[in-house]
Design a binder for this molecule. Structure first.
Ligand SMILES: Nc1ncnc2c1ncn2[C@@H]1O[C@H](COP(=O)(O)OP(=O)(O)O)[C@@H](O)[C@H]1O
Ligand SMILES: [Mg+2]
Length: 247
């Protein structure tokens, strides 16, 4: 498996506010990698930087070995990188089908778009049931499915999803992960996913990065992190024994 994505010593600032400090991550082809971290850790900034939405102050980003730092977002998208931003931004006054059609317009002919919508409905049967509904009428879980499905319409190689489980019930989150991982095996998709909590992701991800204060605090295979101790230490920045000493 080659390294599809490599971020090397990335630094990103918003004015004086440093959001990423020497962040290095990689994603191998076919992997599902999760970045976990509290609010403000820099997760969205990292994804946005990869998608070309924010520039690096220093560092490198490589896609299949080629530098993409400084490349325009639409050109990065054309290379097969899709980001599903947090917040489930659907076009509320359009139907589910039209939301999907818009997702496909970036790349495909209308014939391909029709085929891709059909394929998307096979993966998300719930969206087929709701195909004529206005997107604003969907539940939160359905809207999350819709934005993921719309991302799929661009036929990505690398799909980045920012906090898909935010505000969703555990069962709905499970469904979404199930589908996303099915897409991975079906279409050979590579996944990078941000989450605030590791609970639900641990059993689905191949590898985990914990990001806090704009730094990578921990990286390991998910199987090595199952007991959660190393993650909470990295996430909260304390040692588990401190907890015992304090009580
Ligand atoms: N557009 C922006 N302008 C200024 N500061 C920002 C902007 N976006 C994010 N930040 C700051 O950068 C840091 C990282 O934010 P973000 O990447 O959104 O973290 P996360 O997604 O992990 O919650 C935070 O301190 C946040 O306040
Ligand atoms: Mg975020």
């Amino acid at each position: 498996m080659g390294r599809m994505l490599e971020v090397l010593s990335a630094n990103v600032s918003y004015g004086d506010m440093v959001a990423l400090r020497d962040v290095s991550i990689y994603v191998q082809e076919g992997e599902a990698v999760c970045v976990i971290g509290p609010n403000g850790a820099g997760k969205s900034t990292l994804m946005t930087a990869i998608a070309g939405g924010v520039g690096l102050r220093s560092g490198h980003i490589r896609l299949n070995g080629e530098s993409i730092a400084g490349v325009k977002p639409e050109d990065i998208a054309a290379l097969g990188v899709t980001m599903v931003p947090e917040g489930r931004h659907v076009f509320g006054t359009l139907t589910v089908t039209d939301n999907l059609r818009i997702g496909g317009m970036l790349k495909s002919s209308s014939r391909q778009i029709a085929d891709d919508i059909e394929r998307t409905f096979e993966i998300f049967p719930r969206l087929r049931e709701r195909s004529g509904s206005l997107a604003a009428r969907l539940s939160g879980g359905e809207q999350q499915m819709l934005v993921v499905a719309r991302g799929l319409m661009t036929r990505p190689r690398l799909m980045m999803i920012d906090e898909p489980s935010l505000g969703l019930a555990p069962m709905i989150t499970e469904q979404i992960y199930h589908t996303v991982l099915e897409m991975r095996s079906r279409d050979g998709l590579t996944l990078l996913i941000n989450e605030q909590s590791s609970e639900r992701i641990l059993k689905h991800a191949d590898r985990i990065y914990v990001l806090r204060g704009g730094r990578v605090q921990l990286e390991d295979l998910a199987v090595n992190l199952r007991d959660g101790k190393a993650i909470s230490q990295a996430y909260f920045g304390f040692h588990p024994q401190d907890e015992g000493a304090a009580s």
